[in-house]
Design a protein around this ligand. Structure first.
Ligand SMILES: NC(=O)c1ccc[n+]([C@@H]2O[C@H](COP(=O)([O-])OP(=O)(O)OC[C@H]3O[C@@H](n4cnc5c(N)ncnc54)[C@H](OP(=O)(O)O)[C@@H]3O)[C@@H](O)[C@H]2O)c1
Length: 277
């Protein structure tokens, strides 16, 4: 089942276990991580999952677990595979290591962290994707996803895939129409768009005093209105908040319906930022 919001576990280092556990206690059921020790501590996520399952807080079947394959260019020295092996072997080793870290026999979503090149797709990307397709065909990954892709890369991937990406995960800039080019392609092809950095990439919206004032009028926050707007335009939001109150607010945003005044203000702030460059 497609989640409505995802808790992201990047940049938490030794706090990863505690914060992931807190997110589960707060009500998050979808978790995003990566087998990329440079930015994530996947084993810490697994420790939180194991604790929550052991305590009876959640069952594995109720969770949506998503992790990523990161090529050597995106890793530091702590690689989860033998980088001298071929890409198919690297994917297999990274995937097996993720299953071990997360204490699971399958993943709900397995994501290509990013193409190896900034324009188009290289042969290496196809070798990686074909290996990921085998994991999906074996049922070890329920679906596949692609991250940090532009529209042309996504089109190439969709057209050349045997197993199409069910998800795209991108940094979402309001000044580009909330990644309109990629989102519209996703919408036309049944791909769910996961957006990250919804607050931090868009300070002209999330930190706008007028938006904060409108939100405060009904005991909400500007951040909640940004999440509510993202959901309204079809984005599946990620949040990596480290704060218990923000966890509660981010989940509560799922139920917020924007007023037309709030919606127009967000749209105005988004497009004025685009005009301003
Ligand atoms: N695929 C990729 O390459 C990639 C790249 C980046 C991120 N991601 C994924 O996306 C996740 C989220 O990353 P992100 O870039 O969106 O950043 P983030 O880690 O979610 O940080 C967002 C910022 O927003 C704040 N925040 C969250 N909820 C808030 C609220 N209700 N009110 C006020 N502030 C709030 C947080 O502060 P507090 O901690 O104080 O709440 C934090 O400073 C990551 O953990 C990761 O899983 C993926």
């Amino acid at each position: 089942m497609t989640p409505r919001i995802i808790y992201g576990t990047a940049w938490k280092e030794q706090e990863t276990e505690g914060l992931t556990y807190l997110a589960l206690r707060s009500g998050f059921r979808a978790i995003d991580t990566a087998n990329q020790r440079k930015h994530y501590f996947e084993a810490g996520v697994g420790a939180a999952l194991s604790r929550a399952i052991h305590e009876g807080l959640v069952r594995r079947e109720e969770l949506f677990l998503q992790t990523k394959f990161t090529d050597a260019g995106g890793q530091d020295h702590r690689l989860p595979y033998d980088s001298s092996a071929d890409y198919a072997t690297q994917v297999e080793q990274s995937f097996e290591s993720s299953l071990e870290h997360l204490g699971t026999s399958y993943l709900d979503s397995y994501v290509l962290h990013g193409p190896t090149t900034s324009h188009g797709l290289a042969d290496e990307d196809w070798e990686i994707w074909r290996a990921m397709e085998r994991l999906a065909k074996d049922g070890r990954a329920k679906v596949l996803g692609a991250s940090n892709v532009d529209r042309a890369q996504l089109e190439a991937l969709v057209e050349g895939s045997a197993v199409r990406p069910a998800f795209v995960q991108n940094r979402c800039f309001a000044r580009y129409g909330w990644d309109e080019e990629v989102r519209s392609y996703c919408k036309a092809h049944g791909t769910v768009y996961q957006g990250f950095s919804l607050l931090t990439a868009n300070p002209q919206v999330s930190l706008n005093p007028e938006l904060a004032r409108l939100a405060a009028q009904r005991e909400k926050t500007a951040a909640q209105l940004v999440f509510a707007y993202a959901i309204e335009i079809g984005i599946l939001p990620l949040t990596g908040t480290t704060n218990a109150e923000h966890m509660r607010q981010d989940l509560e945003a799922l139920e917020v319906v924007l007023t037309s005044e709030e919606r127009s203000l967000i749209e105005r702030l988004s497009t004025s930022a685009r005009r301003g460059g």
